[in-house]
Design a protein around this ligand. Sequence first.
Ligand SMILES: Cc1cc2nc3c(=O)[nH]c(=O)nc-3n(C[C@H](O)[C@H](O)[C@H](O)COP(=O)(O)O)c2cc1C
Length: 337
Amino acid sequence: MKLKKPVISVAPMVDKTDRYFRNFVRMINKDVLLYTEMVTAQAIIHGDLERILGFDEAEHPIALQIAATTPEDAYKAVKTAENYAYDEINLNVGCPSDRVSGNMMGACLMAYPELVLDILKAIKEATGKAVTIKHRIGIDGKGILPDNAEKTLFDKYEDMLNFINIIEKAGADRYTVHARIAVLAGLDPKQNREVPPLRYDEVYRLKAEKPYMQIEINGGIKTKEDITEHLKYVDGVMIGREFYDNPMLLAEVNSFYNNGEENISRYQVLEKMIPYLEKMEMNNERTHLFLRHTLGLFHNVKGSKYWKNSISSQNLKNNKGSLIIREILKNSKECEI
Ligand SMILES: Cc1cc2nc3c(=O)[nH]c(=O)nc-3n(C[C@H](O)[C@H](O)[C@H](O)COP(=O)(O)O)c2cc1C
C-alpha cells in the first residue's frame, strides 16, 4: 500500500496502540501511518501469532515494530510475520526500558551500530517490504552498558551521526528520531519521555546533511501548527501521547491529506463506533477493550466527564457498549458532539 505524503504517524505505544486503538484511529483518520505495539522477535518466534500479529484490513497503512537482539532472531521473526500483510517493518532502537536494554534490545543498541546494521540487513533479507528504524538522538548507557565499555555516553550530535553513517549501509527506508537522549539507568521509561531535553535542531541538521534520507521527527509534538513547522525541515512527524490523549487532533491532521475528512465530528465518530462494537459483541469480545482507548475523545470540550463516566467499566458491566453509544447519541446535549 502506498503511503501518503507527508508521513504523519501514530507512535508505537505498548498497552495503547493495540488493534482496538488502531481501529479507533481509523474512525477519525484513514491516512496516518499506524504502528503496532513493540513486539520482541522472540515473542513472534514462539508466540500465539494471531493474537500478536493479527490486524484488520481497515488498519492499513500499518507498520509492525519489532525489537531484536540478534540478526538471526530478527530474520526469523520477520519471515514469520510475512504471513501478515504489514506495510512496513520497523526496528525499535529507542526503548529505554531496563528490561529491554538488559536484554540488549531497544535504545542500548545505539552503542552497537555494527550490530544494528546487521539486524537491519537481516530484516531486509527476510522481507521485500519497507524497512524503517526508530531511534533516539543518543543514549547515556552508564550502569547498563558493560563497565569495561570503551564509552557509555553517546549524547553528542557526532555520536548520532556516527551511528547513522554505519547503519545507513543497510538502506533503511525511513529513520524516525525521538529528539531526546535515553538515560538507560536512573530514569524510568516515563521519565525518559519527559526529562532529557528535546533537541529538534539535531534532527533537522541530520536531514540537512543527509537530504537523500527520509527523516521523521518525534517527541513532544502536540498541534497541527507544530506539525506544519517541523515539516519545513524533515519528511515526517510522529506523535504518540497527544494523539492518544486528544484523538480529535487526528481529524485536524486530515487537512494534510486533502481527503475531505478534516471536519469529521465527534457525532460521526460515535456513529462509526456502533457497528464496530456490535461486531465485538457478536464475537463475545468485551467492548471495554475498545472503549478504554477512547477516553480522550472529548478532551478539553464540554462532556468529557459525562463521556468518561458513561463508558467506565462500571457502566459497561451491565450494558453493551453499542447501546451506551446509541443512548449518548440520543442525549447529545450532554456533550459537545
Ligand atoms: C505508554 C507508552 C508506551 C510506549 N511504547 C513504545 C514502544 O512500544 N515502542 C517505541 O518505539 N516507543 C514506545 N513509546 C515511545 C513513543 O513511541 C514515543 O517515542 C514517545 O512517546 C515520544 O513521543 P510523544 O511525545 O509524541 O508521545 C511509548 C510511549 C508511551 C507513552
